[in-house]
Design a protein around this ligand. Structure first.
Ligand code: SF4
Ligand code: SF4
Length: 90
């Protein structure tokens, strides 16, 4: 479900629209965020706070740019985002 209440243009916080970064991470991420859509209430906090803009308003994660900082998981008050070992996805 898209975040219909969000503006088309990303707000001027630390976050940017998905695709803002141009250089993928160097493959050093050790954990990745995974969203449990059964818990998600589409509040948009993860989208707003991701410093690299790797979460789209539709809550798609671009793992090419995610650095695994865990801010999104910390900001999710629903506990819908867990940081999972990257090795489990190799
Ligand atoms: S912060 Fe959590 S509940 Fe809110 S949109 Fe992101 S994953 Fe969903
Ligand atoms: S782990 Fe960090 S970089 Fe990756 S989506 Fe979450 S906030 Fe953004």
């Amino acid at each position: 479900m898209p975040l219909k209440s969000l503006p088309n243009k990303a707000p001027e916080l630390t976050a940017f629209e998905g695709g803002y970064l141009v250089s993928p991470n160097g493959g050093w991420r050790s954990v990745r965020p995974v969203i449990n859509m059964n818990l998600c209430v589409h509040c948009g906090q993860c989208y707003l706070y991701c410093p690299d803009g790797t979460i789209s308003p539709e809550l798609c994660l671009d793992y090419n740019f995610c650095k695994g900082c865990g801010i999104c998981a910390k900001m999710c008050k629903r506990g819908a985002i867990t940081m999972q070992k990257e090795a489990d996805y190799a």
